[in-house]
Design a protein around this ligand. Structure first.
Ligand SMILES: *[C@@H]1O[C@H](CO)[C@@H](O)[C@H](O)[C@H]1NC(C)=O
Ligand SMILES: *[C@@H]1O[C@H](CO)[C@@H](O)[C@H](O)[C@H]1NC(C)=O
Ligand SMILES: *[C@@H]1O[C@H](CO)[C@@H](O)[C@H](O)[C@H]1NC(C)=O
Length: 450
């Protein structure tokens, strides 16, 4: 990446993850603890929809069923997006596709951009190589956001349209003869569109600074509202944050995602090799050349209680040509399995929870209105088994005894091929993404207080 050099202050840094739960949370309440600073190697991570979300934009908390329905439809569009990536493949671009841009993130971290540094929130997205940031003067961007102001930064640089970097942007605007005009580009999806300028500036994350970080400075958004924060693309494709910082972080990071119910800023994103767990169960990463940003793993089965449920091998098989297989994703909230795989898991769960009537709620089809004993669910990967604690399998209403299996099949009427292991099933684990060694690791780590 031209100019993308990382001035290295710490060998590894940990970003405290801030969890965001969309729609469900009231604005950060006064009972929310102050965000601890990102010390030396530590970056705080927040959940976007949690009670202490730094976005804190939603004033009204919907009912529990309403919250689930919102999340479920948000996940459905995320799944369509991931599936479309997996099937078609796309040109690499330092900006998300329209569909992705129009989604709300699940987790955010704090960063600072420019000189002097301006604070901003970035969504943590493991399935994206994009980097985009709402910029001052953007028409159609959310008014609640405090956008980045390029003219207040002495280190800001517009990438000229004659630069080779500009040819990698989607739909670049025609370039002047001198090639010195700014590289503008656009994205459209359905009735929505975005215009941005390819730009570079110093990005500070915890105590490190990435000089000449390349991103899309959002200038115009029409149609569906763009989310109010930027995007930190942690995909493994060539223009992602990982690629831009690979000399320092060696395409290695881990996170512990806190539960959206958590009031604490207790999740962390740790960049680089240092401080990563040494004793950790790992499974090989699979590479799909048609979709280089996605973290494919080889899920070979699912166990419910002591039973390995009967899933047809084709529902789990990795196929780079069709995009089929299993990915880990930080931007989907509840795990989605292709229909035959989900049916097998669900049927065994229901069989074990005998005697209670099953109901549906907010997009989830295996809910119980009475207290029941849930079976243990274990995800079987090539070389690693991950037994999920009950809090990663069951969603419970805040009041009352209703609980639901926190997984679903592919959206209705869509024949998707991807299994997506989502954030709720990853929470309270240290999940290690070790690209140079081609592996993903899981270790239980309680990063959510209660
Ligand atoms: C946050 O976590 C700390 C330590 O685990 C705990 O003492 C405190 O009560 C928690 N605060 C909230 C608001 O959950
Ligand atoms: C369970 O409770 C939900 C929400 O109150 C309701 O819609 C559903 O009909 C109930 N199901 C059963 C089986 O009682
Ligand atoms: C997935 O794991 C199974 C069991 O170890 C193995 O037979 C299969 O070849 C693996 N698939 C890929 C694509 O690596």
């Amino acid at each position: 990446m031209g100019g993308a050099m990382l001035s290295r202050i710490a060998a590894a840094m940990t970003l405290q993850l801030v969890v965001m739960v969309s729609g469900g949370a009231a604005a950060a309440a006064s009972s929310c603890p102050a965000t601890p600073p990102d010390t030396g190697a530590t970056l705080q991570v927040s959940h976007a929809f949690g009670p202490c979300s730094p976005l804190g934009t939603s004033a009204t908390a919907p009912s529990w069923a309403g919250f689930l329905a919102d999340q479920s439809s948000r996940d459905a569009s995320r799944l369509l997006y991931l599936d479309s990536l997996a099937v078609r493949g796309r040109a690499y671009a330092p900006i998300a596709s329209g569909r992705q841009l129009l989604q709300t993130p699940t987790y955010v971290v704090r960063a600072r951009l420019g000189t002097p540094p301006q604070p901003l929130l970035l969504a943590v997205d493991t399935s994206n190589d994009a980097a985009w940031i709402p910029c001052a003067g953007c028409t159609g961007c959310p008014t609640s956001a405090s956008p980045f102001n390029p003219s207040a930064s002495s280190s800001f640089r517009a990438v000229p349209c004659g630069s080779p970097l500009c040819t990698q942007a989607p739909n670049p605007t025609p370039c002047s003869a001198t090639g010195k005009a700014a590289c503008g580009f656009s994205l459209t999806y359905a009735d929505s569109s975005l215009q941005a300028a390819l730009s570079q500036d110093a990005l500070a994350v915890a105590t490190d600074v990435v000089k000449g970080y390349t991103f899309g400075c959002l200038q115009r958004a029409t149609g569906t509202a763009a989310p109010p924060q930027g995007l930190l693309g942690l995909g493994r494709g060539p223009l992602s944050f990982l690629a831009q910082t690979k000399d320092t972080y060696h395409s290695t990071f881990s996170y512990c995602l806190p539960s959206f119910k958590s009031l604490n800023f207790s999740g962390t994103l740790r960049l680089g090799r240092a401080g990563q767990p040494q004793r950790i169960k790992t499974t090989p990463l699979l590479a799909n050349p048609h979709r280089s940003s996605l973290y494919y793993v080889n899920m070979t089965g699912v166990r419910v209680g002591k039973t390995v449920v009967p899933i047809p091998p084709s529902a789990l098989a990795f196929d780079p040509a069709t995009g089929a297989g299993t990915v880990l994703d930080s931007g989907t909230m509840f795990t989605r399995l292709v229909a035959p795989a989900y049916a097998a898991v669900r049927d065994e769960v229901r069989r074990r929870v005998r005697g209670a009537p099953v109901s549906s709620l907010g997009g989830f089809d295996t809910c119980f209105n009475v207290t029941v004993k849930w079976p243990v669910v274990t995800l079987l990967f090539d070389g690693a088994q991950v037994t999920l604690p009950e809090e990663n399998v069951v969603i419970r209403s805040t009041y009352g005894s209703t609980s639901c299996l926190a997984m679903a099949a592919a959206p209705d009427g869509v024949n998707t091929v991807l299994n997506v292991i989502a954030s709720m099933q990853q929470q309270n684990h240290r999940v290690l993404f070790d690209v140079p060694n081609g592996r993903v690791g899981f270790a239980r780590e309680r990063c959510t207080a209660a």
